[in-house]
Design a protein around this ligand. Structure first.
Ligand code: PBG
Length: 331
């Protein structure tokens, strides 16, 4: 039963003053729930702006550390770090090398901000492979070899845990990746290092700007391992169930905005906390429209984050995390 009919019930009453609207608001975006994705690139003397993501840069080790300190001071809940190596090869050797850029950066951040934040690392090969795929290729040079890739992920997981990451972001969409990394971590003496599992992850056009962010040399696409947007929500729930069974501590839905239905279904079903990733293309769309004066930037930022929260995310990865926290741009 509803609360009654017009004119006795007037929904506008509770919208009539800012104080009333604040009182009845159900959804809040809190800085401590936001995670800032950051890029660190090997061998650059100065930070390099990412053209398709105005305001986001590829950091040097020093600028990464400084930006991390600022973001943590502003109150963000965590940092997700991506490495961009100077050299790429077929197996992504830089990924599990203790002297690889991401592992060096994690060690640096662990010593500078480690205890005051949640340090997360991207666990995927695409930043490190010369072909740009998320895994190693099979003998045909085309297909991504699922099980051979799991061995690479296990090695990456050990290296990142050793470097000081608290949560490893398994983003490659290989079957069995969470279990492979969990087993490797436990065997190597890192039972407390957690896994943030990209559970449903769709083959999306909105990753476009990220390719520039990590200097990706991808030829082709990722449709043979990332999900088809045209599949029903049940497939996403199956991915979540698998990842939870394999040991995921948190599951993530990605991208966010075109998949809010998936996010709601996952939030209703998941026994572990649920994150959503507001990805590079979602960021770029708002920035580009705002630059042209077509939308109000601040309101668009808050509205997208509020929508993602309302759909059920407890944690949101967003390139606006530090700014939102710093300027208290919350709903
Ligand atoms: C894989 C990975 C990607 C993103 C995060 N992790 C790229 C992809 O899957 O194609 C995209 C993030 C973004 O677009 O902001 N390492």
């Amino acid at each position: 039963m509803g609360p009654g009919a017009f004119p006795a019930f007037r929904p506008r009453r509770l919208r009539s003053t800012p104080a009333l609207r604040r009182l009845v608001a159900d959804v809040a975006v809190r800085p401590g729930d936001l995670v800032l994705p950051m890029f660190v690139r090997e061998g650059i003397p100065e930070p390099v702006p990412i053209a398709a993501m105005p305001g986001v840069v590829q950091h040097t080790l020093d600028s990464l550390a400084a930006a991390a300190v600022r973001a943590v001071a502003a109150g963000v809940g965590g940092l997700m770090v991506f490495g961009v190596p100077a050299r790429k090869d077929a197996r992504g050797s830089g990924a599990d090398d203790p002297d690889g850029i991401l592992n060096v950066a994690l060690r640096r951040l662990a010593s500078e901000v480690g205890d005051s934040t949640v340090l997360m690392s991207d666990l995927c090969l695409d930043e490190y492979t010369d072909h740009g795929h998320c895994g190693v290729l099979a003998a045909d040079g085309v297909r991504v070899d699922n099980d051979a890739t799991l061995e690479r992920y296990a090695a990456m997981g050990r290296a990142q845990a050793e470097a000081g990451a608290h949560l490893l972001g398994t983003s490659g969409m290989m079957d069995g990746q969470v279990g492979a990394v969990r087993t490797a971590l436990d065997a190597a003496g890192f039972p407390d290092t957690g896994i943030l599992a990209y559970a449903p992850k769709y083959a999306s056009a909105f990753y476009g700007p990220f390719r520039e962010a990590v200097d990706s040399s991808l030829v082709g696409d990722r449709r043979s391992y990332q999900q088809d947007p045209a599949r029903a929500v049940a497939e996403a729930l199956a991915e979540v169930a698998l990842d939870v069974a394999e040991g995921a501590d948190i599951v993530m839905v990605k991208p966010a905005l075109p998949y809010l239905d998936v996010l709601r279904a996952v939030a209703d079903a998941s026994p572990v906390p649920v994150a959503a990733y507001q990805i590079s293309g979602e960021y770029a769309m708002v920035e580009a429209a705002a630059q042209r004066g077509w939308i109000d930037r601040d309101r668009a930022i808050v509205e997208t984050l509020t929508g993602i929260r309302r759909a059920g995310a407890s944690i949101i990865l967003t390139y606006w995390a530090a700014e939102v926290a710093d300027r208290e741009l919350t709903s």
